[in-house]
Write a protein that binds this ligand. Structure first.
Ligand code: ADP
Ligand code: MG
Length: 698
């Protein structure tokens, strides 16, 4: 019998209900304490949890377990061990210990470490993260873990995220205590990542080397119709797509991933899935799983799910919107303007902190979303621009303006009346949206929209948490020791000074225009256009100071991560260049030749019948094809030579710049002629499916 949704939901997760059911009371309590208050986990607790976890997993058909982790590849990694333990008489039992639960030791020498570890130092450890629930995937118990080197340096995306969450919690609690909220003992950041993706036919995918090797099309002319009619956005779901989404939802629900909203996106074949928000750490894990399950389910439905930021030139790319907020353990969303004026001052202070953090660390936020794929989106007329600015809406601007414009400090009552008349009004009127802003305040959360669709959402949240923690620490320092009757005044002063210093980052207009680029420059905002432009920021003194101060990254961790980011960029472009060369040399040019031959034959056979038959149009076409053939061959040679040159550059920073300035430009140049030629060639001669075929016949 088919399970009902509530029965299905979380059925493959070792969640709170299962723990409560399976664990002795004292063990459950101890584990809860670790999860809720970040306390250290004792060994006997781990042992008891391991026994219960194994029992539950075996009941659900699991035969293996794995430490599931997130190395710097951007994907997840797993190495499966069976529960089998041989006993006497050739028999075996299913076994799993606390030690196996809390610590793993994968031979990790082949994961990117950015020079943190030489290959001979293969040892790496995985450590159980009890704050993210274990789950069963394909008959294997998956235990979310952090991954570090023998020396304890983070080699993954989870460790620094957990550190940044702790940093933010610490600083937020401190500030809240100063404000009088002394019952708050911890604060959690919450994340709801909206995920965009494309679905195309598996058969089409298999015929395109560019999609197979690089995740995006490197050539391909626009079809007669693109997305200009906006008729796909929120359009009716086709039955086959609906069946896919239905299946996907169920798979995600089983894993306790709260998939909530699904709809068609702007581009043909593009869709979106939004989950209900969760604690950052869990949300990041769940987004990784979501991407994996999206691909798996697609395969079952004869689709391929493309997560690349720009699978098709000239058509919208895919991103992720990182909805982010901060909540206390007492259940208060600190970015909720609320209805009670008494709460506004706290809201305004936290809002101000985020504004300052984003202005001060806009460059780091930009780096956190940098990558070869996302370079195609940021700054194009579809995604938020590469310039980071904040949209807070007209009403909040008015609130902040009114605080600034008090020449002398107003009485609390007066200021509260600002809150009373304006904020509830704001809550009602917040429906006006600014789709072009990279960092938008929406109702009770911020939405960071610059993220790429394929990347882990970890790094942007690490930067965001740490930057905000830093400002909160500064605020606490300024407010600490203030007499209670002076506190409100002092907070308003602090808000005013901070907004005055950082209001350049607030921009409520259209971020897609050239005027904004000019204005942003005049305001002194960063415009880091490409990944090679942005990456050096990560290892700047300012960045190191921030991360080291809050214990999020060590200096060597920052250096190694920068190295990995550069390497990723260079390797991606290198693979793209080789793939394009291969496709042109072995597939596209031969097809041009083949068609030209056909035209030649046709001309000569016509002429053999009657010399007077007009063949001018055919000859003209033949001429164009021949000219283009020559031009493509020349440009291809240049691409080949420049790619060779790129390989000889020793300095990785310079190499990245060369790939961006020279190799990428070569690729664009040759593509232009190829696309102009493609539209002249009949589909049956073309060696791969066209945009038209891929996007409009699914
Ligand atoms: P919008 O339509 O304005 O984007 P939604 O309410 O549809 O807003 O939310 C979009 C995403 O934001 C969802 O994934 C949702 O779970 C998430 N979200 C809502 N509230 C929060 C919050 N407090 N913290 C983090 N994410 C949130
Ligand atoms: Mg949204």
């Amino acid at each position: 019998m088919k399970k009902s949704i509530p029965e299905l939901y979380g059925s493959l997760v070792f969640n709170d209900a299962v723990m409560r059911d399976k664990l002795p009371k004292d063990i459950y309590k101890a584990l809860r304490k670790t999860i809720d208050n970040n306390t250290h986990l004792e060994k006997d607790v781990a042992n008891a949890v391991a026994i219960a976890m194994k029992e539950w997993a075996v009941e659900h058909g699991a035969t293996h377990f794995t430490h599931w982790f997130q190395p710097m590849t951007g994907f997840t990694a797993e190495k499966h061990d069976s529960f089998i333990s041989p006993i006497d008489e050739g028999k075996a039992m299913m076994d799993f210990s606390g030690k196996e639960l809390i610590k793993g030791e994968p031979d990790a020498s082949s994961f990117p470490s950015g020079g943190l570890r030489a290959t001979f130092e293969a040892r790496g450890y995985t450590a159980w993260d009890p704050t993210s629930p274990a789950f069963i995937k394909d008959g294997t118990l998956c235990i979310p873990t952090a991954f570090c080197s023998y020396e304890g340096e983070a080699l993954d995306k989870k460790t620094p995220l957990l550190r940044s969450m702790e940093a933010l919690s610490k600083e937020a609690v401190k500030l809240l205590h100063i404000l009088g909220d002394t019952d708050v003992t911890s604060v959690k950041t919450t994340v709801g990542p909206e995920q965009e993706y494309f679905l195309i036919d598996k058969e089409d995918f298999k015929k395109r080397k560019d999609l197979i090797f690089t995740g995006r099309t490197l050539i391909g002319a626009m079809p007669p119709k693109g997305q200009e009619l906006d008729d796909h956005y929120f359009g009716m779901l086709k039955p086959r797509v609906a069946a896919y989404m239905h299946d996907l939802d169920e798979e995600l629900w089983k894993l306790g991933i709260p998939a909530k909203t699904k709809h068609n996106e702007v581009a043909p074949c593009q869709h979106e899935l939004a989950p209900v928000f969760e604690t950052s750490n869990v949300a990041v894990d769940h987004n990784q799983l979501t991407m994996e399950i999206m691909k798996k389910v697609a395969d079952r439905h004869g689709y391929v799910c493309l997560l690349h930021e720009k699978p098709f030139a000239g058509i919208n790319g895919s991103g992720k919107h990182n909805n982010w907020s901060i909540s206390t353990n007492t259940g208060v969303n600190l970015l909720d303007p609320g209805k009670k004026p008494a709460e506004n001052i706290r809201f305004l202070l936290f809002l101000t902190a985020v504004i300052k953090a984003v202005d001060e660390y806009a460059d780091l936020l930009r780096v956190s979303v940098a990558g070869a794929g996302n370079d195609h989106r940021l700054g194009a007329n579809e995604a938020p621009p590469a310039i980071i600015s904040i949209f807070i809406g007209d009403e909040l601007v008015k609130v902040l303006d009114s605080i600034i414009n008090k020449s002398s400090f107003a009485s609390e009552k007066e200021l509260m009346s600002i809150g009373a008349t304006v904020l509830p009004h704001f809550v009602k009127d917040t429906t006006d949206r600014n789709r072009t802003s990279p960092f938008a305040f929406t109702v009770n959360k911020f939405e960071f929209r610059s993220l790429g669709s394929s990347a882990s959402v970890s790094t942007p949240n690490i930067v965001l948490n740490t930057a905000v923690a830093d400002v909160l620490a500064e605020f606490s320092e300024k407010l600490e020791g203030t007499e209670p009757d002076e506190l409100t005044d002092k907070i308003y002063n602090l808000i005013r000074d901070t907004i005055l210093a950082h209001k350049r980052i607030i921009f409520n207009g259209n971020g897609y225009t050239d005027e904004w680029v000019k204005e942003a420059e005049a305001r002194g905002l960063y415009n880091l256009r490409s990944t090679p432009d942005a990456l050096p920021v990560f290892k700047s003194d300012k960045s190191k100071k921030l991360f080291i101060k809050h214990g999020v990254f060590s200096e060597t961790e920052i250096d190694s991560r920068t190295e990995i980011l550069f390497e990723n960029y260079v390797k991606t472009l290198h693979i793209e260049s080789l793939t394009l060369q291969d496709m042109l040399q072995k597939e596209f040019l031969p097809s041009v030749m083949k068609y030209s031959d056909q035209i030649c034959e046709s001309i000569s056979s016509k002429k053999s019948i009657n010399k007077e038959i007009p063949t001018g149009a055919s000859e003209k076409l033949l001429n164009i094809l021949s000219l283009n053939y020559e031009q493509i061959s020349e440009l291809l040679e240049k691409l080949y030579d420049d790619t060779e040159k790129a390989g000889e550059i020793a300095d990785i920073n310079e190499q990245a710049v060369f790939y961006h300035d020279v190799v990428k430009k070569d690729m664009d140049d040759v593509r232009k002629v190829v696309d102009q030629t493609e539209i002249l060639i009949p589909d049956e001669i073309l060696p791969y499916p066209t945009y038209e075929k891929m996007l409009f016949y699914v």
